[in-house]
Structure formats: structure tokens, C-alpha cells
Write a protein that binds this ligand. Structure first.
Ligand code: GDP
Length: 296
């Protein structure tokens, strides 16, 4: 699972602190230096780390800690609280449309796990008694449409497709009409990705956005790519004004940086995470649970 390196380093620091009893300002400073290094090694954005350490330090040398009977415990509590704040404080829910269907557009680079996530999200909604429709609007990647149809079949969710010769904007629009006809209350549009960000891709996504006015535009990014994931998020956000980010491959050997930095850098909340290749490997993102996982 992700965060192993970060978690063990933080635990080491906290263990040292606990061994000290009463803490001096120097003890706190030394601990903060170690936390800072651990976060940087976990590939957390430098500015995010700096701001985080400043916020924690400010509180940790205050009376909350210094006059406490369990100062080390107080420092850990502050780190935990600031980490939760950094990742968005509370769960960020999908915003349903006033008039169904709620339209969710999934965007991202190729290989991030977008198509898999479309099916995971559909399954999640289905478990919550919603009726999703998947729309295959990735007309460029060979087999993307077929892949979505196979996944839809597995979870018994209909997949709307017009093949790969039709403009994605028209596919998206027709998909929404189809959802209305079938009385589906969520539409999940799987859009095309590219290996790298390019203007053509961005323009196509903008066109879909302006034509279908989705309720949610969620960027799927690969957590294993660390700060790169955050850069990708910044770029997509500046073009599309994202409503959320989905981190995939959090089961892999990621260092955790993306989970910690994305919200702070892009001011866009993480809404869901993917934790494996199977369709059940999906979680709603809870900043407090993620913080507990990171702190171990
Ligand atoms: P797309 O090009 O963005 O649509 O990506 P795909 O959905 O085809 O996924 C690319 C690869 O990543 C596939 O082999 C998926 O099985 C794999 N994958 C997707 N999500 C996860 C995840 O959360 N964890 C792991 N380990 N693999 C994933």
C-alpha cells in the first residue's frame, strides 16, 4: 500500500518525541525538520510542505503543546489536524443535478485509469441505488469503447456508444438524451485521453464541456506519478475548472505526494480513489481517514 516510507519515517519521529517527556522548542523544531524531509521524500510539493510545516510549527510551540501533560501527543494531534485540513477537511460529495440526469465527465491522460474508473464509479452509484449510464466518448484509443462495454456488462450498467466515427461532443449529447429516455439518473462520460497534454485534447474537452454543461468534471490522475499528477491537475484545472480529482493506483508503490498536495495546489478536492484493478477497488476520499492512514 502507498505511504509506507512516509508513515514509517513519521512514526520514527513521533517515537523520539514521545521518549522525551516535556518538550523544548528545539525538540519541536528538530521534529519538524524530520517531518519536512519525510514529506519532501514522499514527493509532496515544496511550497505545500513549507506552508504545512509553518502552520504546524506555529501551533506546536504554543501553549497547546508546551503546557500539556502529553506534549508529544499534542504535536501528533496537530500534525494530524493540519494534514486533514490540507487534504480538504471533509468528504467532498458529488453534486446531483436539480433535473436528472446528473452528468459526470471524466477526463485525464491515457493510462491514468479513466475507463476503469468510469465503471468503478458506476458500480459505486449503483450500490447507492442510482441508475447510471456509461457513455463511451473516447473515440481515439483503440479498444476503449469495447473495454467500457465489457466493464458495463460485468456490473450490469448500460453503455451508450455511437462507435468511433462520430464526434465526441455529439456522442456526449446523444448519451444524455439516451439517459433521459431510459430514465437513468447519472451519466458518466468517458472522454479521450492522450499520452501527454495537448491543445487538441484540451479543446475537445472544452467543447464537450460547453455543449453538455456537466455537473461534475472529474480528473482521473495516476497517484504513482507523484508531483507530475499534481502538475497535470493544475493544467486541466486551469482549462476546465474541475470540480474534483480522482486518484488512481493508490495501491501501488506511490510515495503519497499527490494525495497530500493536489487539494492545496489546485484548490480542487479529491473525491474518490482507486486502490486496485478490480472494480470494487474504489473508495470515497475522506481526508481524515487518509490522514490516519498516512500517520499509521
Ligand atoms: P485509461 O487509458 O485512462 O482509460 O486507463 P485504463 O482504465 O485502461 O487503465 C490503465 C491500466 O491501469 C489498466 O491496466 C488498469 O487495470 C490499471 N488500473 C486502473 N486503475 C487502477 C488502480 O487503482 N490500481 C492499479 N493497480 N491499477 C489500476
Amino acid at each position: 500500500m502507498a505511504f509506507e516510507g512516509l508513515t514509517s519515517k513519521l512514526q520514527e519521529t513521533f517515537k523520539k518525541l514521545r521518549g522525551k517527556g516535556k518538550l523544548t522548542e528545539k525538540d519541536v523544531k528538530d521534529a519538524m525538520r524530520e517531518v519536512k524531509l519525510a514529506l519532501l521524500e514522499a514527493d509532496v510539493n515544496y511550497k505545500v510542505v513549507k506552508d504545512f510545516i509553518n502552520s504546524v510549527s506555529e501551533r506546536a510551540v504554543g501553549e497547546e503543546v508546551m503546557e500539556s501533560l502529553t506534549p508529544a501527543q499534542q504535536v501528533i494531534k496537530i500534525v494530524n489536524e493540519e494534514l486533514i485540513k490540507l487534504m480538504g477537511s471533509t468528504e467532498s460529495k458529488l453534486k446531483p443535478a436539480n433535473n436528472p440526469p446528473t452528468v459526470i465527465m471524466l477526463v485525464g491522460l491515457q493510462g491514468a485509469g479513466k475507463t476503469t474508473m468510469a465503471a468503478k464509479l458506476a458500480l459505486h452509484l449503483k450500490k447507492h441505488n442510482k441508475k447510471p449510464l456509461l457513455v463511451a466518448a473516447d473515440v481515439y484509443r483503440p479498444a476503449a469503447i469495447k473495454q467500457l462495454q465489457i466493464l458495463g456488462n460485468q456490473i450490469d450498467v448500460p453503455v451508450f456508444s455511437l462507435g468511433d466515427k462520430v464526434n465526441p461532443v455529439d456522442i456526449a449529447k446523444a448519451g444524455i438524451e439516451n439517459a433521459k429516455k431510459l430514465e437513468r439518473d447519472y451519466v458518466i462520460i468517458d472522454t479521450a485521453g492522450r499520452l501527454h497534454i495537448d491543445e487538441e485534447l484540451m479543446q475537445e474537452l472544452k467543447n464537450i464541456k460547453s455543449e453538455v454543461k456537466p455537473n461534475e468534471i472529474l480528473l482521473v490522475v495516476d497517484a504513482m506519478t507523484g508531483q507530475d499528477a499534481v502538475n497535470v491537475a493544475e493544467h486541466f484545472n486551469s482549462n476546465l475548472d474541475l470540480t474534483g480529482v480522482i486518484l488512481t493506483k493508490l495501491d501501488g508503490d506511490t510515495r503519497g505526494g499527490a494525495a497530500i498536495s493536489v487539494k492545496a495546489v489546485t484548490n480542487t478536492p479529491i473525491k474518490f480513489v482507486g486502490t486496485g484493478e478490480k472494480l470494487n477497488d474504489f473508495e470515497v476520499f475522506h481526508p481524515d481517514r487518509m490522514a490516519s492512514r498516512i500517520l499509521g
